[in-house]
Design a protein around this ligand. Sequence first.
Ligand code: DP6
Length: 320
Amino acid sequence: MKWSASAPANIALIKYMGKKDYEKNLPSNASLSYTLDHLQSFVELETSTEAQDIWQPLPNHENLNLNAKEQKRFLSHLNFIKRYFDYNGAFYLRSANNFPASCGLASSASSFAALTQCATEAICALQNKALPSLQQISALSRQGSGSSCRSFFKSFALWESEQAHTVTLPYSHLLHMTILITREQKKVSSSDAHHAVTTSLLFADRPQRAQMRLDNLIAALQKKDWEQAYQITWQEFWDMHALFETANPTFGYFLPNSFAVLNYLRTFWQLHHDGPLITMDAGPNIHLLFRPEQQTMYQQIAENLGKKFQLFTPHLNAND
Ligand code: DP6
């Protein structure tokens, strides 16, 4: 018997960085993300008679080749869900993304969300029981990879402690672009970064700063104050990167071209009094979000930055 599920990626505007509980992935601060519906992970589970679960790439999809460490982490989350439901049977676990691994977005949020959804559906069907609520499935997913709990809600998802949920805000249809500064695998994974930031002297007050920005960002979005939203999201990713740079030992993700692009974008805002929201995750690549009526600006920025950098522009020439 076979089951399949898919789930979208998300990009955080207020970042999850630092954990109160490493076992359960309870965050040090609340985070707010925008769900990227066009970037999906797909998971298929098929019952098997093998002695253990086996991961395989999903056929007929953009190939996702998980390395040994990633396969182990993915399979161990399946095991966690099986233990949660007290289910002992084995599965073939197949997965893929509709976006290239090199598009500058970590696929862990979408893939852990899709796996949790699929495994919950499969096991509940096999055990003949009702599906838990979306909140409960999201909370299970969080324990595999924290940021995945936000991928169950759209367009904006708020994750506070054990629960994530939708927050209804204007700007429910944004256009996304990534500027790829490098395709190289990062040296410090975001999971390792959550540990490392606790050594920064800036970490003690981080939860208060994040909460203040979260409140201010929600208020700005509610008022449709796009410029204020840009200011807050900009300050927020710099705050997270300041934690990395001031950790002991210090580490960081910025490359010279990250600075060059950020400088171009800030100057763009200064000249036009308008522009995209700008953010960076634990990596050197830069993510932009535009309002739908900024489609011409999207094209203009893509044309300018595209001369020098590789871009991921899923909304180029599209009207969505
Ligand atoms: C910088 O969810 O990847 O992208 O819970 O250890 O799996 P684990 O961490 P992960 O952390 C994501 C960190 C971030 C910011 C964010 O998405 O909020």
